[in-house]
Design a binder for this molecule. Sequence first.
Ligand code: 4AZ
Length: 262
Amino acid sequence: MRAALLFALVAAASAKSFSRKAFATPLSRGGDRIVGGTDASRGEFPHQIMLTRGVGGSLMCGGSLVAADTVITAGHCCDGMSASRLGVEVGSHMLYEDDPDQEAFAVKQVMLHEQYNSNTITNDICMLKLDGSATTGANVGFIGFPASMEEYSEGTDCIVTGWGTTSAGGSLAGTLQKVTVPVVSDDHCRDAYGQNDIADSMICAGLDQGGKDSCQGDSGGPFMCGNQLSGVVSWGYGCAEPGYPGVYTQTSYFIDWVNSHM
Ligand code: 4AZ
């Protein structure tokens, strides 16, 4: 019994702070935040949700509301998690303060992608069904998906948001952050990470010089190229490191999967 609990705690700990190459990154290097971002305005990203440790619990991951009772997040945020250990908060803007329209839900069902692979971080996507329906309004709304197999040219500006750490291993952001990062082609991303590490169903984004990126705690959150959920925060080597763009699950590769699980 105690061994099982310990195992569950270790599994949860690894699930929440996971990022494939981050383990090799000196945490002391610093300078990282939803790195290089600025405060979002209240209601600017009404689909942004907080995935929490239990209902009303602390931040575990980001996510996106795609229907009144449906959230898309990262597979590695769901891996090994039962619904009872998760919560979803919609309508939030401030991490540590109550926002007027925030609403917390229990999770009814966790649908981790059947081919999610924690070694290669492929198919890093998960759908959550809420125990209830979110009330939409100025600060709560849905985001749509791109067309199936849509591709994005190198240099396309996209926005990523979250309350993730403002330094690698550092503190979470108190106010929802946003940052604009340009798409890096799969070819160039493979030059950075290795030819076998970037699947076609991943999309990379970042500046050559670094300084703008998603980071720990942003995982599962939205990556938007225009007004659509183009990607899900997935992994990277540290945060905002020069030469190492952030890597996102490319949702256009998962439209059939999404539709078959809605
Ligand atoms: C993480 O650990 C994480 N720079 C998320 C995104 C990135 C790195 C780490 C990308 O959740």
